[in-house]
Design a protein around this ligand. Structure first.
Ligand SMILES: N[C@@H](CCC(=O)N[C@@H](CS)C(=O)NCC(=O)O)C(=O)O
Length: 261
């Protein structure tokens, strides 16, 4: 992957440019990096203006989150299903969306449990907001960016309470799924080949336990925030499911992760 550039430099370029949070393994971004990596689609990485003025990103995309994929002068794509379909179109091989309708329905359903609103990523973020904001004073300037992000993602004390149970449910479901798949002789979460779900799980598992520092360099505070400390959540992620993340990274994805310090 090339060096990160600024959004204003990327606007008038041709080809594929992807806005990413450059300093943390944000799972939505890592999943999209994974889609492009396994398909050998090259792109210019663009630094998300985290903690800075986000006016330009908002003007271009009508939202402020990352990742965003810009391809030539097509409309920008700022949600994971659009980004996955773009990757499939730019390079159909290897396919990451199953051919069989039944498998496709299950795959998109599970991906949504990980990356959709109120899914695993969203819910872990609620818990991170709740931990950080509970220990910070309301007028502490250091917690202001976190407070702003919490507002953006509709954080409330009630939604944070429901989050843990939601994550447990999703992790139990995925743990059962990988156990069943292994029993029928498959190394993948859907069918008999790699799909977007395997890549998404590998990326979103960072919010339970990030990969070791040598493979995934992170600031200590960020690593602590990403690492789950809820025993019910740890118990719901089976060793087999966590090993599946390691297998997918080892076999298919770029290691170490490309992040800026
Ligand atoms: N746009 C994604 C969601 C991505 C997302 O939630 N990104 C967060 C990761 S924490 C982000 O960029 N947050 C920074 C911000 O909103 O300023 C989707 O719906 O598929």
């Amino acid at each position: 992957m090339a060096d990160f550039i600024e959004l204003k430099q990327a606007i008038d370029m041709e080809g594929l440019r992807v806005v990413l949070i450059s300093t943390t393994p944000s799972p939505w971004g890592e999943a999209v990096k994974g889609f492009f990596y396994v398909k050998k689609i090259s792109y210019v990485p663009v630094r998300h203006p985290m903690g800075q003025d986000q006016t330009l990103l908002r003007q271009l995309t009508a939202q402020e989150s990352a990742p965003v994929a810009f391809y030539n002068d097509e409309r920008p794509r700022s949600t994971w299903p659009e980004q996955l379909y773009l990757a499939e179109r730019l390079s159909p091989d290897p396919p990451l969306i199953p051919q069989s309708m039944e498998e496709r329905v299950r795959m998109f359903g599970w991906c949504n449990e990980l990356a959709g609103e109120n899914g695993l990523g969203w819910s872990r973020r609620e818990i991170i907001f709740s931990r950080t904001l509970a220990s910070a004073k309301a007028d502490d300037q250091r917690s202001a960016p976190m407070r702003a992000m919490a507002r953006k993602y509709h954080y409330s004390a009630e939604s944070a309470q429901a989050a843990s149970q939601r994550i447990v449910e999703i992790l139990r479901g995925l743990s059962e799924l990988i156990a069943e798949q292994k029993q029928r002789g498959s190394n993948f979460l859907i069918g008999d080949r790699l799909s977007a779900l395997d890549i998404m799980w590998a990326a979103f598992a960072a919010l339970i336990k990030p990969l070791p520092e040598a493979l995934c360099p992170m600031a200590p505070g960020m690593r602590a925030g990403f690492t789950n400390d809820d025993p019910a959540i740890d118990a719901a992620a089976s060793p087999l499911l966590m090993e599946h993340r390691d297998f997918i990274y080892r076999q298919y994805l770029e290691l170490p992760l490309i992040l800026e310090r």
